[in-house]
Write a protein that binds this ligand. Sequence first.
Ligand code: ASP
Length: 429
Amino acid sequence: MKRFLSLPVLIVAAIVAGLAAGIAASATGLHQVVIDWVKPLGTIFIALLKLVAIPLVVTQLVLGVASARDLRSLSRLGGRTLALYAGTTLVAITVGLLLAHLVAPGRALSPADREDLRGQFAAEVGTRTDQARAVRDRGPLQPLVDLVPDNVVRALSDNQAMLQVVFFALLFGVALLCVPTDRARPVLDLFEGLNAVFIGMVKLILYFAVPGVFALMTACVAEFARDDPSRALGLLGALGLYFLTVVAGLLTLLAAIYPLILRFVARVRVRDFWRAMIPAQLVAFSTSSSSATLPVTLRCVEDDLGVPPRVAGFVLPVGATVNMDGTSLYQAVATVFIAQAFGVELGFGAQLAILFTALLASVGAAGVPGTGLVTLVIVLEAVGIDPGGLALILAVDRLLDMFRSVVNVTGDAMVCLVVAAWEKARAPG
Ligand code: ASP
C-alpha cells in the first residue's frame, strides 16, 4: 500500500487528473476559472521550490568545497564537470540534427498551415526576438563578467543569478579551507545545521507536490486549448510531425544514450537511476523549470543514488544553469524544421554553426520556462533564417518545454553520476 501511494505514483495521478480537468474546463468554457482559481496553486508550488533552491545551493556548495581534500581536486572536479556537460550537449545537438534531416518535419507543413501560424503568432515573435537580441548584443566576454557578483545580497536575492551564487559559494568554501580549523569549525557546524534544515524544507514542500502539479497541468491545458479544444487539436495536427521529432530525439537521449553512459561509464544500474530520478523528472515535467526542480534533483541524487554533497552540490547547480541537453536538441530540430518550412537549404557550414550556437545558447539559457525559445532566435540568426519563423513553432512550445525540461534535469543527474564515479565518490548502492 505504501509503495502504491509513493510520491511518484501520486504525482503521475496528479498529472493525469490535471490533464483531464484541463480538457474538461476548456470544453465547458471554464478555462478562465481555472486560470484564476487553480493556476495560483501551481505558481505557489514553483515559488516554494525556488524559495529553497538558492539557500540549499549555498550550503551544499560551501560544505562540498570545505570537505574537498585540496584545491587541485576541486579544479579537477570542475574541469571534468564542464567537459562532460559540453560533450553531452554536443551529442544531443547532433541527435537533433540527424533526426530532423531524417524525418524532415518542415517539408510536411503545408503552405496554408505555415501562413496561418505566422499570422496567429506574429505578435509574440516580436517580444521573443527583442529579448534574444538583448542577450546576443551583450558582447563576447559579458557572460564571464556576469559570473562575478559585485553584491552578494543582490545575487542571493535573484533567482536568475544562480551562477553568481555558485561563484560566491565556491569562493566562500575555498576561503574556509584556508582558515585555521578552530576558526572554521563553528562556521562549518552552522552550515551543516542549515543544510539539514533546508533539506527538511524540501521534504515539507514535496507534500505540496500533488496539488501543485495538478494545478500546473490543469492550467497548462486550459491555457493551451482556451475555450476551443478543436483549435488546439488543429494546431497539434499541423505541428504533429515536428512535435514527434523533438520527442523522439529526447527519448533517444533518455532511453539509449544516457543508459549507455550510465551503464558503461558511471557503472550504475540503469533501473536504479530511473527509480531514483522519477520524482525529479515529474516535477521538471510539470514545472518546466530545471532551476525550480533543483532541490528535488539534489534530494534524489544524494539520498537515493548515494552521491555525496561534495560532488552533487557542485555538479547539479552548475548543470541547472549551463547544461541543457533537451533544450539544445530541441533547438537543432526547430532550426532545421523552420529552414525546411521556408525552403532554406542548410549546408555543412550551417550545421556546424547550429552545433556551436546551440551549445552556447544552452549555456546562456536560464533553467526557467521558455528560455530555450528565446535563445533559439540566436541560433536562427546565426544561420541566416528569419526569426519570424518562431511563429511556426510557438503553438506547441509550451508543451515541448515540459519534455525538454525532463531531459535537462536527467542529463545533469547523469553527468553527476559519471563525475562521482570518476572521483570514486559514490556510496555503494
Ligand atoms: N524550461 C527549460 C528548463 O528549465 C529551459 C527551456 O528549454 O526553455 O530546463
